[in-house]
Design a protein around this ligand. Structure first.
Ligand code: SF4
Length: 348
């Protein structure tokens, strides 16, 4: 089996408490059951060994928050000894400390993806549940770049009702900070996002205009942007900004409780939904639709099929998408997307 990327969750402990956090319920459950919410260093090393044996190209280390572990750099070095590239997903707060940031920057095959949820300090701090986190995260980004990580710092923003009206300004901030690329993700209503669904998860229809403004701004600023879990009908003329079109088909996900050997398949067949009307859409085979939890909270009649050139004719060649030239996606052989079709009745 081909493996490109292995995504290893090292544990659930974190120094933030985000109100959209998808693992918060798993952390509470594990702490109640076992009193421990993190893998041991030995367990993590075993998973890294396995990634090496599978000939993976990259390892993503994520949590929780990996940088607060005492063995963080040991784990990073071990991962780098087994694969070409390691990506650290982090809230970036530890890089506020210069020596820590300097050491991180010295690993030339390591990249970091840092969560930044708003250009407004009070909003970012409210979302993370940690006063002062905006200051530490933004200074952390500046420190990494100062110490030489310029092209190796990416950003990650989770959309919510708290930040959805200033996404464009947050893209501007990311550019100012020197971030090379930004992933903007629609919230997956698990963990805290499920508990806070009404305050957290917006409707696609309510964020569409801001998303389009934000994409245009990213083009003006030459900041690489991609958007996660946004159906293609909400990205008119910018379809190739959908991150799912550039994700590897060969990703292994190692959560604390289970392993998904083919995360793409799990995402498409279990975690995503399309409406019955999607069968009439030109993009039916290349679009993943919405998270299943979204469909539980809202009716999905807002998904609007893109007219087919001929009845039953689906677009398969990504080069035919309007934005391919300005924002290309890798042309790899793709499985037909097999997202579950909702049986719920659609009220037009
Ligand atoms: S398949 Fe459905 S969700 Fe995707 S673009 Fe078409 S109508 Fe929208």
């Amino acid at each position: 089996m081909v493996v490109d990327t292995v995504d290893i969750k090292v544990g659930y402990s974190c120094n933030n408490d985000c109100f959209h956090c998808v693992i918060a319920d798993k952390r509470r459950e594990l702490l109640l059951k076992t009193g421990v919410a993190d893998r041991t260093k030995e367990e993590i090393m075993q998973h890294i060994d396995e990634a090496g044996r599978d000939d993976a190209k990259s390892i993503v280390l994520t949590g929780g928050e990996i940088t607060i572990r005492r063995d963080f750099f040991d784990i990073l070095e071990y991962a780098l000894s087994k694969v070409e590239t390691v990506v650290i997903q982090t809230n970036g707060r530890m890089f506020y400390y210069e020596e820590f940031a300097k050491k991180m920057a010295s690993y030339e095959r390591a990249n970091v993806t840092i969560a930044i949820h708003s250009c407004k300090p009070n909003v970012h701090d409210w979302i993370t549940g940690s006063k002062g986190s905006f200051k530490q995260t933004t200074q952390g980004i500046k420190n990494l770049i100062k110490f030489g990580m310029k092209r190796r710092v990416g950003g990650k923003l989770v959309i919510s009702k708290k930040n959805m009206n200033h996404l464009m300004n947050t893209v501007e901030l990311c550019k100012e900070l020197g971030i090379a690329s930004l992933n903007i993700a629609f919230p997956h209503a698990m963990g805290n996002a499920r508990l806070n669904f009404d305050d957290c998860v917006p409707r696609y229809i309510d964020i569409k205009d801001e998303i389009l403004r934000t994409i245009k701004k990213s083009i003006d600023l030459s900041l690489h942007l991609d958007l996660e879990a946004i159906p293609l009908c909400f990205l008119p003329n910018y379809e190739t900004f959908a991150s799912e079109l550039r994700l590897s088909e060969h990703t292994v996900l190692k959560d604390l409780t289970h392993t998904d050997r083919n995360y793409t398949k799990v995402r498409q067949t279990i975690a995503k939904r399309k409406g019955v009307q999607c069968k009439e859409c030109k993009y039916f085979l290349i679009c993943e639709g919405v998270w299943d939890d979204y469909e539980k909270g809202y009716d999905i009649s807002e998904l609007t099929p893109i007219p087919q050139d001929k009845p039953g004719e689906y677009l398969r060649d990504l080069r035919l998408l309007p934005s391919f030239k300005i924002h290309p996606v890798p042309l790899i052989e793709r499985n037909i997307i097999n997202t579950t079709i909702s049986n719920k009745r659609i009220n037009h």
